[in-house]
Design a protein around this ligand. Structure first.
Ligand SMILES: [Zn+2]
Length: 420
């Protein structure tokens, strides 16, 4: 993976976490605002619209709901003043009075999100919950695999998007059978047939090039599988005029009984394992490297949160491998009396306890308050910018993810030996 796609992975994980938090929040009435602004939209237009919504809210009968809606609208408009136009991926704002305990104990909260990818949704909604579904849509699997099923009679081109097969086109060869008509010379027949096969291959290849290099597919194309009965599929790849960018993406051949459309369906069933391995291939490579070093160069690895935190800023860490569901938090506390600061790393459950019970200062026994709080992946992400290491997110629901779990869910591969 390139640095950029690693960064995107981290942003996606952060967003996923935030969506989970937002889903839990409910308003007392229809008073929580969800606002989606598409890329590059003029903010003055949005503010104009929200001012009208503010006037409309005058008609709300319940005093409390009216006040909450109008307060939220003011807060959103205040926040929007920082922008001239929406950022290049758009902007999403959630705002509203969230109840904590008895009525009257609502807290006005605002969440401003810049999506990790362009989000073309234009929406204002006032409801008893936040509308996070469009953001969730962004996180769904969007990678596609190209499929070509071919034999001498027919060919079909399709894409696999998630688990959905979409057939793009089908082609027949028009090539005569292997048996020549009476009176035709065998050599001439063979030559004509070869020419016809060649033309057919090139025709299919042109369609494959057009389909898979299109703007809609190519940027998401993870790999191409070629399928069909017998050797025609191999000859096709060897001889046809396939674009070099697509050749690089061929990840395997699949033997099937059928060709054409039916062949594509057969390929999807047979290729599940191949596809799964491709998806996690780069993750697995990092884990394999960790395991090899564990066995042979033990001084070039670290594992477990505490050991990694101890060496985080030493400049020896090259990569940190961390499970996507590693739920730890970094919390910074400050004593209200003597100003003493303490940092703790804690699980999500422990974090809740800290929030409800006031911890005591180790120096003077005074009350401490939380002054900073970050998810561990965000904490590591910040640290990575200073100590220049990479963060590799490992999918926990995989074989290699289960192995990482046995090492505490977090591990590091080092640049230099620890004993150096
Ligand atoms: Zn103190």
């Amino acid at each position: 993976m390139s640095d950029k796609s690693e960064d995107r992975e981290i942003r996606k994980i952060r967003l996923k976490r935030m969506i989970e938090e937002l889903k839990k929040k409910e308003g007392r009435g229809t008073e929580l605002i969800s606002l989606y602004i598409p890329p590059n939209k003029r903010i003055s237009d949005v503010i104009y619209y929200l001012r009208q919504e503010y006037s409309t809210a005058e008609n709300i009968k319940s005093d409390q709901t009216r006040k909450h809606v109008q307060d939220a609208l003011v807060k959103v408009m205040e926040r929007l003043k920082y922008y001239q136009q929406a950022p290049e991926n758009g902007l999403v704002i959630f705002c509203g009075a969230i109840p904590y305990g008895a009525p009257g104990n609502e807290k006005m909260e605002i969440y401003v999100i810049e999506p990790p990818e362009p989000l073309y949704v234009n929406l204002y909604r006032c409801d008893d919950h936040f509308h996070v579904e469009y953001l969730e849509e962004l996180l769904k699997e969007k990678e596609v695999y190209g499929l070509v099923s071919i034999d001498v009679n027919e060919a079909a081109i399709g894409v696999l998007e998630g688990s959905r097969l979409k057939i793009l086109s089908t082609h027949t060869s028009g090539i005569p059978g292997k048996h020549r008509a009476g009176g035709q010379s065998a050599r001439r027949f063979e030559r004509l047939r070869e020419m016809a096969v060649h033309q057919y291959f090139d025709r299919v290849a042109r369609h494959v090039n057009d389909a898979f290099l299109s703007e809609e597919i190519y940027p998401r194309l993870k790999g191409i599988l070629i399928g069909g009965p017998g050797f025609t599929k191999n000859e096709f790849v060897e001889e046809a005029d396939l674009d070099y960018r697509l050749r690089e993406k061929i990840i395997g051949y699949v033997d099937t009984n059928y060709s054409g459309e039916e062949g594509l369906r057969e390929m999807v069933d047979k290729a599940k394992d191949i596809l799964k391995n491709v998806k996690y291939h780069s993750e697995k490579k990092h884990m394999d490297e960790f395991l090899v070093k564990l066995a042979r160069q033990h001084d070039l690895i670290l594992y477990g949160l505490n050991d990694i935190l101890r060496h985080l800023y030493d400049g020896i860490i090259d990569r940190i491998l961390i499970l996507d569901d590693f739920n730890y938090y970094y919390i910074k506390l400050r004593c209200k009396i003597c100003g003493n600061e303490e940092e703790v790393f804690t699980r999500e459950e422990e974090k809740m306890k800290l929030e409800y019970r006031t911890p005591q200062c180790k120096k003077c026994g005074g009350d401490m308050e939380i002054i900073e709080e970050k998810h561990i992946i965000d904490y590591l992400d910040d640290a990575s910018k200073i100590a220049s290491f990479k963060i590799i997110i490992i999918t926990s629901d995989t074989e290699h993810g289960k192995i990482l779990k046995q090492f505490g869910g977090i591990a590091a591969i080092l640049r230099y030996s620890l004993n150096y």
